[in-house]
Design a protein around this ligand. Structure first.
Ligand SMILES: Cc1cc2nc3c(=O)[nH]c(=O)nc-3n(C[C@H](O)[C@H](O)[C@H](O)COP(=O)(O)O)c2cc1C
Length: 328
C-alpha cells in the first residue's frame, strides 16, 4: 500500500475543492495532497455517482472524503471510491453542521470511537488504498486530555493509516459551521502531543495556518500541514509553499499555468461545464495584489461572453501584469 506524502495538503472544502479547483491547484504544485469535498456515503451509493466522483487523471494524488455512520454503507462507498481510482479514503469526523449531525456523522462521531474503529476495520478489509481520518480535538465539553487519547488509540488499533487533526474542538449546538472554524480556540500543542504518543502514525495538523513560518514550525512536531481558507483566498500561496518545501530552485511560471488552465477551461466549457464553475478557482488569484479588481472584473466579462478562455484569459493576464512587478 502506497501512502503518498502528506507534508502539504489542501483541505477538503465543500463548494470549493471540486475537480476544477483541484486541477488548478495541481498546476501550482505537483506536491500537494488533494482532497475532494465531503461526499456522503448515501450520495455515493444512491446519487449521480459519475457527477459526484469523476475527476481529471492529472489531479493525482487525491483522496476521497466520505461521510456517514453506517458501517455497511461507508464500506460500500469506500469500495466505489477505490474503483474510481482515488488514492485514499478519508473519513470525515470533523464536520459540525446540523444536517450532518442529523445523520449522526461528522464531528459527533468523536464521542463514538468504537463505531469509527469498526468503520475503519470494515473498510480496510475491503479496500487496498489507505484509510485515513480527519477529526477535531473533541466536541463540546469533552475532556481533551482524557478522551482524545482514547479516540486516537482506538482508531490506531483499527489500523487507520494517517490522521489529520483540525486543532480545535467542535461545538455542536449554538454556533454555525462557519463559526466553528473560528470560535473554538486553536490548540496546536494538543496535536503535537498526539504525535508524541502515537509517533509511528503520520499526523497532519490543520487549522489557521497562514504563513511559511508557521508551516516550518508545525513541521517540527508533525508530519504535514493541511491548509484550507488560506489557499481559497490566496491560491498563489500554494506556489510559494511548493517552492519553499519541495523545489527551492523551482521555476514556476504563472503565465504557463494560466495558459494550461485556460486550455482546460475551453475543453470543459465545450462539454457543458458552466463558465461560473470554471472561473471560481482563479477568481481570487491576485487578491491583495495590485489590480486585483481588474482581474476579477475581467473574469466576470469572460463569464458573460462566448470568448475562448485561451484567448481571453491569457490576454487578460498579459494586460493585468503589464507594468506590475510579480514574483511569479
Ligand atoms: C468553505 C469550507 C468548506 C469546508 N468543507 C469541509 C468538508 O467538506 N470536509 C471537511 O472535512 N472539512 C471541511 N471544511 C473545514 C476545512 O477542511 C478545514 O478543516 C478548516 O477550514 C480549517 O482549516 P483552515 O483554517 O486552514 O481553513 C470546510 C471549510 C471551509 C472554509
Amino acid at each position: 500500500m502506497k501512502i503518498h506524502s502528506h507534508k502539504f495538503c489542501v483541505a477538503p472544502m465543500m463548494d470549493y475543492t471540486d475537480t476544477h479547483f483541484r486541477y488548478f491547484l495541481r498546476q501550482l504544485s505537483s506536491n500537494i495532497f488533494l482532497y475532494t469535498e465531503m461526499v456522503s456515503c448515501d450520495a455515493i451509493i444512491f446519487g449521480n455517482r459519475d457527477g459526484l466522483l469523476k475527476y481529471h487523471p492529472g489531479e493525482h494524488p487525491v483522496g476521497l472524503q466520505i461521510g456517514g455512520s453506517s458501517i455497511e454503507k461507508m464500506t460500500e462507498a469506500a469500495i466505489i471510491g477505490e474503483a474510481f481510482g482515488y488514492d485514499e479514503i478519508n473519513l470525515n469526523i470533523g464536520c459540525p453542521s446540523p444536517r450532518v449531525q442529523k445523520g449522526n456523522f461528522g464531528a459527533c462521531l468523536m464521542s463514538d470511537p468504537n463505531l469509527v474503529s469498526e468503520i475503519i476495520l470494515a473498510i480496510k478489509k475491503r479496500v487496498k488504498i489507505p484509510v485515513t481520518v480527519k477529526c477535531r480535538l473533541g466536541i463540546d465539553d469533552q475532556d481533551i486530555e482524557k478522551e482524545l487519547p482514547i479516540f486516537m488509540n482506538s482508531i490506531t488499533g483499527a489500523g487507520v493509516d494517517l490522521v489529520i487533526v483540525h486543532a480545535r474542538k467542535a461545538i455542536l449546538s449554538g454556533i454555525t459551521p462557519k463559526e466553528n472554524r473560528t470560535i473554538p480556540e486553536l490548540n496546536y500543542n494538543a496535536v503535537y502531543a498526539i504525535k508524541e504518543y502515537i509517533s509511528d502514525k503520520e499526523i497532519i495538523i490543520n487549522g489557521g495556518i497562514n504563513s511559511i513560518g508557521e508551516i516550518y514550525e508545525h513541521l517540527k512536531y508533525t508530519d504535514g500541514v493541511m491548509l484550507g481558507r488560506k489557499i481559497i483566498n490566496d491560491p498563489i500561496f500554494a506556489l510559494e509553499v511548493d517552492e519553499k518545501l519541495f523545489s527551492p530552485n523551482g521555476n514556476k511560471n504563472l503565465k504557463r499555468i494560466i495558459e494550461n488552465y485556460s486550455d482546460y477551461a475551453d475543453r470543459q466549457t465545450s462539454i457543458g461545464t458552466s463558465r461560473s464553475q470554471i472561473i471560481k478557482p482563479i477568481m481570487s488569484l491576485f487578491n491583495n495584489r495590485p489590480n486585483a479588481k481588474k482581474w476579477r472584473r475581467g473574469l466576470d466579462q469572460y463569464r458573460n461572453s462566448n470568448y475562448s478562455a485561451l484567448d481571453y484569459i491569457t490576454e487578460l493576464h498579459a494586460n493585468f501584469i503589464d507594468g506590475v512587478e510579480f514574483k511569479y
